[in-house]
Design a protein around this ligand. Sequence first.
Ligand code: CA
Length: 234
Amino acid sequence: MSDAHILLVEDEPNIACGLIYNLEAEGFRVTHVKTGEEALSVPTGDVALVILDLMLPGIDGFEVCRQLRAIDPRLPILMLTARGAEVDRVEGLKAGADDYLAKPFSLDEFLLRVEGMLRRSEWYRPADSAQTTYVFGGNTVHLHEQRAETAAGEIVLTELEVRMLDYFIRNEGRIVERKQLLKAVWGVSPDTETRTLDNFVVRLRRYFEADPATPIHFQTVRGRGYRFVRAGDK
Ligand code: CA
């Protein structure tokens, strides 16, 4: 994993320089580009992780993210956003990013996040049970194939979406605390901010709930976390 190929999309020379230096010091191979257009021309076959700045000259990080997702739904994407720009984070996750880091960040935090994302994408396989196709509420989810048939049509699931669905399904009917989910799905400590998690649940509801505002399958358990139920018991 230490020689993993990382695609860095960052237009600010000082930031790019620091990141490249530290990634290479960790043994990673880095391809650095300064624009989204260049990023999209890099073959992603052996890219293990994309680190994508949001504010870029030309097309922005959201659009790059969407286009990368269209090419490769499984490619892990870490988006770099401006501090406190909640709207950017939500949009970034909607565009298909797996995680984000708000600028300015410490190098330690950055490297931990990078290593965490690479580790997760290495060890992750859907639960090794016979059943990897699940039906609920008019949706059919195929975990191994990373796709689902929903009322709105067929969708391709990102790796993190599959992992989260897998965890929910294996814990069907039980209250899943947010810290459990963070640990199981993202592999991060419970004191990490939980916005990412909540945004992912919003995403799942949008895919799978007839009315995302009043969820039947992905229920919020106030003060605790979430509960997945296959058949609505509202
Ligand atoms: Ca920038």
